[in-house]
Ligand binder design. Structure first.
Ligand SMILES: [Mg+2]
Length: 245
């Protein structure tokens, strides 16, 4: 009996436009302008050319090692360096949010996401997001909020905040504990076999692969081609019997 569904975010609920889930090209440029403007508005001083050396390059060096580290790269020491150099007192999420916002605001919900979450919720299933993200989860949570997706979710698990990333089963286990369900009562849905399916299997949770080009990985228990196929699968597996609100 399926009582809970854990969902990956990027490529399943939200289209992230690039594999990193970070501002790229024109969004990176606009974000940097916004970050510099914020620092200037607080009386700080930093040049555009310094952002790379103070913030982005040292972060990138650790980001490259995220697979071997099993966690996301930490922005904190680099933001501290930027704050000191610029002479401003701004919170980490405020600084990162300024850079992230133009990108975040351009992202949209994927087809079937809202309807599928609403259906699962109405049928009494507990829902969690289990997502690898390179920045504080609050920034991505805002995107889910803006598109009405967060309202259906009972528990959020973002790798940056949890100190562990898929394919480790740690976040999956945290989600199961938060929802109060056993691994045998849950499904994990994701679009990458090497992270989503691998993490689900390592936690003993049945994996549903939303089939997308992903470079391979362990075999999923179930495969769907569109998220809108999930309700029928859940029904077949004997989940979602109870109606609520
Ligand atoms: Mg994904």
């Amino acid at each position: 009996m399926i009582a809970a569904v854990l969902l990956d975010m990027g490529g399943v609920l939200i289209g992230l436009e690039n594999a990193r889930g970070l501002p790229d090209s024109r969004f990176d440029w606009r974000g940097r302008q916004a970050l510099l403007a914020l620092i200037r508005a607080r009386g700080g001083k930093v040049r555009a050319a310094q952002l790379d050396r103070l913030l982005f390059e040292p972060w990138q060096a650790e980001y490259e090692r995220r697979y071997e580290l099993g966690r996301e790269a930490n922005w904190k020491p680099h933001l501290t360096r930027l704050r000191r150099r610029a002479g401003v007192r701004l919170h980490d999420v405020t600084l990162l949010g300024a850079w992230f916002r133009p990108y975040g605001e351009a992202l949209g919900a994927l087809d079937g996401a809202l309807e599928t979450l609403s259906w699962l919720r109405r049928r009494g299933l507990a829902l969690a997001v289990v997502s690898n993200v390179p920045m504080p989860g609050a920034l991505y949570r805002k995107i889910l909020d803006r598109h009405g997706l967060a309202a259906s979710i009972d528990s959020f698990h973002f790798s940056y905040d949890e100190g562990s990333r898929k394919p480790s089963p740690v976040m999956v286990r945290h989600a199961l504990a938060a929802l109060g369900v056993d691994a045998s009562q849950a499904l994990m849905v994701g679009d990458r076999r090497d992270s989503d399916v691998a993490a689900a299997r390592a936690a003993g949770v049945a994996a549903v692969w939303l089939r997308r080009p992903d470079g391979g990985g362990p075999a999923p228990d179930h495969t769907i081609d569109e998220l809108a196929e999930l309700p029928a699968l859940v029904r077949r597996l004997g989940g979602g019997g109870r109606k609520r609100r």
